[in-house]
Design a binder for this molecule. Structure first.
Ligand SMILES: NC(=O)c1ccc[n+]([C@@H]2O[C@H](COP(=O)([O-])OP(=O)(O)OC[C@H]3O[C@@H](n4cnc5c(N)ncnc54)[C@H](O)[C@@H]3O)[C@@H](O)[C@H]2O)c1
Length: 279
């Protein structure tokens, strides 16, 4: 599995912070999918330039949501945003202040927020004894700390508006089981599960549901560089369903957790592993 590259990481925070490339107009809020499960909802999906996040953005838009696509990869995010008639925001989530500024600007463009999906994540394989402090910090900054920052900005707005809301965090099977060569990643995803539980406790009185998803092995860019057919076969055999996951499998769970269907579900870590893990 390869490290997610950050081509804009050297840019100063002020240049990266909150740079919406498409102005939100009134017509964005009049989505034709008026009967969709998310009709009229305003959503922010992080890490939505590709992979699981892009599929979540597409799924939400198809169900009537107006979606802000927030990612480090602004060009790719812009393509997805145009496809779904949403808008793109380029932000480096490893920069806490830039994240706070970008989230505030994004919510202002949306005119409020009903759904936050904290999907962005990084993974770099490394044996426990070789993990550098830099890699540990980057993993936690993107996978967990950014989640805290976006949640603080979004939940404060949801509380101020009295509208309630849904927050969906991307954890991982690794956060429950761990896996060799993924100590920093697995620890960060374990932290996501704990953060989700505490957020659910504190935000529940404001009718804000907070849940997380634990995908198994999903075929995306994450890991593509080192993936082999033998690995795919071995992992597929761990699932009673006999296959790996696809982004749509995870997006359907995100849709459930973002919709009214999950109104009495909070603080949960939902497995989407094809049965690779059953606890
Ligand atoms: N693919 C899997 O097998 C798998 C399994 C379990 C969990 N997950 C989790 O699902 C989520 C999505 O993973 P994916 O497979 O789609 O990966 P991916 O690498 O294809 O996509 C990750 C996205 O996050 C963005 N991102 C990374 N660092 C960022 C930063 N500093 N600022 C802003 N955006 C940043 C990337 O640009 C990218 O668009 C991640 O949280 C990942 O840990 C994936």
């Amino acid at each position: 599995m390869s490290t997610t590259e950050h081509p804009h990481a050297a840019q100063p925070a002020a240049e990266r912070a909150g740079s919406p490339v498409t102005e939100l107009t009134a017509e964005h809020l009049v989505n034709p999918a008026v009967n969709g499960r998310l009709a009229g909802r305003r959503a922010v999906v992080t890490g939505a330039a590709r992979g699981i996040g892009a599929e979540i953005a597409r799924t939400f838009a198809a169900e009537g949501a107006c979606v802000a696509v927030l990612d480090l990869l602004l060009d790719e995010a812009t393509i997805i945003a145009k496809e779904i008639d949403g808008f793109a925001v380029g932000t480096d989530l490893s920069d806490a202040e830039a994240t706070r500024v970008a989230m505030s600007a994004t919510i202002d463009h949306l005119g409020g927020i009903d759904i936050l999906v904290n999907n962005a994540g990084v993974l770099k394989f490394s044996p426990l004894l070789d993990i550098s402090i830099e890699d540990w910090d980057l993993t936690f900054d993107v996978n967990v700390r950014a989640m805290l920052v976006t949640t603080q900005v979004a939940a404060k707005r949801m509380i101020a508006d009295g509208s309630g809301g849904k927050i969906v965090n991307m954890a991982s099977m690794g956060g429950k089981l761990g896996a060799p060569n993924q100590a920093h990643y697995a620890a960060s995803k374990g932290a996501v599960i704990s953060l989700t539980q505490v957020a659910a406790m504190e935000l529940g009185p404001h009718q804000i549901n907070v849940n997380c998803i634990c995908p198994g092995y999903v075929l995306t860019e994450m890991g593509a560089a080192t993936r082999t057919q033998a690995m795919i076969d071995a992992w597929s055999a761990k699932s009673p369903l006999g296959r790996l996951g696809c982004p749509g499998d995870v997006a359907k769970m995100a849709l459930f957790l973002a919709s009214a269907d999950s109104d009495y579900c909070t603080g949960q870590a939902m497995n989407v592993t094809g049965g690779m893990m059953m606890q």
